[in-house]
Design a protein around this ligand. Sequence first.
Ligand code: SF4
Ligand code: SF4
Length: 342
Amino acid sequence: MATRKKTNARTVGFKPGERNVFLHLLTACNLACIHCYINPSQHGTATLPKETALEWLRLFARPDRLTNLVLLGGEPTLHPDLAEIIHAAKAMRYTVTVDSNGFLFHDLLEKVTPRELDFLSFSLDGPDPEVNDPIRGDNVFVTCTDNIRRAVKKGFNTSVIYTVSNRNIDHLHRMPPLLVELGVKRFFIQVIGLRGKSAAAQPGITPNLQVEPERWLRIVPQVAAEAAGRGLHVTFPKVYLEPGDVFECAGRVAENYFIFPNGRVYQCPLCEDHPIHTFSIENNRLVKRDGINEDRFFNLSIPEGCVMNKLLQPDNIEYLPDGTPRHCISCCLLKQEISLNP
Ligand code: SF4
Ligand code: SF4
């Protein structure tokens, strides 16, 4: 009989001093996932030239502080200079992750080493082609898992991001054995966003991908614990605060930059569909913008928790008969981590 190993779960607060830089090198992609969060009307269609990408990396580099850099797109491996950008980022002392859809264009695995790329992250939304491919595209499952195997064989640290929606939540429990078999180290369970195509879903017109709170709470923490019991390091968003939890907005207490190739720099990912970015990059300088932008909302305190969630998705908030919200919604950047006890 299998022995259940003890796991250690904790909510990851916003760590003082930690910085996260999410650099979208381009918005182009070879796929057309049904929940794609890229919004060309807001983020443009540009690809950052290599020299500009390096200038922008210099702008955000703080070699004396832990700074996590996530290179993403669109599909970042479509960028012909991605390997050189990774080399340069590592020289600037970033901790570097690439978020890929799994196609690994331009022979990325031959051009960088596991020493300079700290994590290679793959997006997979199902444990088999029958679940994954209707969401992400034909033959994506096979291509992605083949490339995960190649990356693991070459010694790269790999992670998988699973975006939970009502199309795939019932298959989440089949992911942990697959990830163990593939040799993946970290498992990020993500909630379907309020951005791009999924935000545009209209009842009766386009499929609603959002997951109801009870279903999320019934399934996700349990699968996360099971995955951790198999030795995976699991991270998933808190989403619903429990009584006694203190609400915090990352825009107030953490340093996150979500940078798009058109120069927009957001502090909150929920705001990315709207021209309310706090900063913009102009002539390779970071400029704070005047006016009513996302940062004006971060200090508002409401019983529903996250202000942007309340503004953008009010129908998703349930209220008790006395008018108080059934759940206080946490910051989307607040995570829970779960792994085997040391
Ligand atoms: S891989 Fe990413 S960028 Fe490409 S279509 Fe899917 S969600 Fe959008
Ligand atoms: S998701 Fe909500 S709580 Fe988090 S940074 Fe954005 S506005 Fe603040």
